[in-house]
Design a protein around this ligand. Structure first.
Ligand code: CA
Ligand code: CA
Length: 408
């Protein structure tokens, strides 16, 4: 009896200690919330020549764990302010930056799109107005269908089961944490891919370059968002796998040296990088804003830019981006609007231009091949001027016209 009482006494004391400590911890946590930010995802970019062992030493020294090793050899970590400062000060580190979330750029009428997407069977092929407007269908009879040009769609993936896309999908990769499958679980990437290269058959739609090789570089998840580090890995995958063109209908207002460096690696390897200007109607977002990237604004069927098409000195070209009908998730089709839709009209045009012999007037480095800066100059020189005469911040050099571009 006495023993039991003693045990109860001890047990009560133990409970009391737990309560006290719980209260103490709650206080500590509250203090931390107020003073110390929660650890954030950071990209640690190492200096060239630093070994894997040295990189591990840098991270161990700051007591952080690597979440992901990037293709270029850099690291994604979760670090608080103190750890970040410690890593940034290390002489083996080039810089540290935040691993921001980037978004697909076609939310404008996505609800309408999903409702329209429930097509019971494959509809007869139509020529989408955007493909018609850039005169891509007038290039094909000359024998140029962009056959075999490798185009990387850096997006939500591409629907591998879509009968109007599957024949052109030649490979890909997933950088999204929950899957190694590059199949599209959102719809956005399939829509973009269809504008670049849906098949010229009897069903659905047809893309600007109907015999391109499409590569699904999945960096955005089922909700259309993904980390900057996914995008960086996707760009480096495209460079390593010899893509001639990449399309990025994504971005954020997040300047990133690490993303810019990956783009420079691609550009120097001869990859034509095309991106959507943005849908805020404000300044051009990243990656489109980088000099090495062809930034594309949107136009409607009246050749007028919608209010939401982002603008600024970085805009290079305009292309159809309002009420664009294309392939979608699964075996569906959808009508979407956004600079996301404008960008692939230019990417597809670049794929066609790359199949045209380079003209001496454009071959600045006299290597007998189209280099990214030469492609941009040719697409600009052959564009249809819109808005104020000459280059402007809304339309850039004007509406892309691929028939004019390849007519050298
Ligand atoms: Ca088709
Ligand atoms: Ca050249």
């Amino acid at each position: 009896m006495k023993f039991m009482q003693k045990r109860n006494y001890v047990f009560s004391g133990f409970l009391a200690i737990i309560i006290v400590f719980t209260g103490f911890f709650a206080f500590v946590i509250a203090q931390e919330d107020a003073d110390t930010p929660v650890p954030e995802r950071k990209i640690v970019v190492f200096k060239e020549g630093v070994s894997d062992a040295e990189k591990a030493d840098v991270l161990a020294g700051a007591n952080v764990v690597r979440i992901k090793k990037l293709r270029h050899g850099d690291a994604v970590v979760s670090a608080d302010k103190d750890a970040e400062a410690k890593i940034a000060k290390d002489e083996r580190v080039a810089y540290v930056e935040t691993d921001f979330v980037v978004e697909a750029l076609a939310a404008v009428d996505a609800k309408k799109a999903v409702a329209q997407a429930r097509t019971p069977s494959q509809p007869a092929q139509v020529l989408p107005w955007g493909i018609n407007r850039i005169d891509a269908e007038e290039v094909w009879p000359t024998g140029n269908t962009a056959t075999g040009t490798d185009v990387g769609i850096i997006d939500t993936g591409i629907s591998t089961s879509h009968p109007d896309l599957a024949g052109n999908i030649k490979g890909g990769v997933s950088e999204v944490w929950y899957t190694s499958n590059y199949n599209d679980d959102n719809g956005h990437g399939s829509h973009v891919a269809g504008i670049v290269g849906a098949l010229n058959n009897t069903i659905g739609v047809v893309g600007a370059g109907p015999v391109v090789n499409l590569y699904a570089i999945k960096v955005l998840d089922r909700n259309g968002s993904g980390y900057l580090s996914n995008v960086i890995n996707g760009i480096d995958w495209a460079t390593a796998h010899g893509m001639k063109v990449v399309n990025m209908s994504l971005g954020c207002d997040c300047p990133s040296q690490a993303m810019h460096d990956a783009i420079i690696r691609a550009y120097n390897a001869g990859v034509v990088v095309v991106a959507a200007a943005g849908n805020s109607g404000g300044s051009v977002i990243y990656p489109a804003a980088y000099e090495e990237v062809i930034a594309v604004g949107a136009t409607d069927s009246s050749n007028t830019a919608p209010y939401w098409s982002s603008r600024g000195p970085e805009v290079d070209l305009a292309a159809p981006g309002v009420s664009i009908y294309s392939t979608y998730k699964g075996t569906k089709y959808a009508t979407l609007s956004g600079t996301s839709m404008a960008s692939p009209h230019v990417a597809g045009s670049a794929a066609l231009l790359l199949k045209a012999p380079v003209n001496a007037a454009y071959d600045a480095n006299e290597n007998g091949a189209w280099d990214p800066s030469e492609v941009l100059l040719r697409l600009q020189d052959s564009a249809t001027d819109l808005g104020p005469a000459g280059r402007d911040d809304v339309y850039g050099s004007g509406l892309v016209n691929v028939l004019a571009a390849v007519s050298l």
